[in-house]
Design a protein around this ligand. Structure first.
Ligand code: FES
Length: 77
């Protein structure tokens, strides 16, 4: 079974007030959900209008460039 969930956020949700800040993952790439583990740094080079698909290991498997035909996703390197 596979599931594709759209996440547009490129950083965590901050929860206040706490003794210390708590950051909840909003990008969907954390391997320590629901908490941010810093994996959102991989989003920094993502381009608007491009679809990125990650596998269960949070590796990019497909990115769809805006100028690509809709039925021709490019498998990431
Ligand atoms: S927001 Fe997802 S890992 Fe930080």
């Amino acid at each position: 079974m596979a599931r594709m969930v759209r996440h547009d956020a490129t950083g965590p949700h901050r929860i206040d007030p706490q003794e210390k800040p708590v950051f909840i993952c909003a990008c969907g790439l954390s391997k320590n959900l629901p908490y941010c583990d810093g994996s959102h740094s991989r989003c920094k080079d993502e381009q608007a209008g491009t679809l990125y698909i990650f596998d269960a290991a949070r590796e990019t498997v497909v990115d769809q460039k805006p100028d690509s035909p809709p039925n021709a996703p490019r498998v990431a390197d």
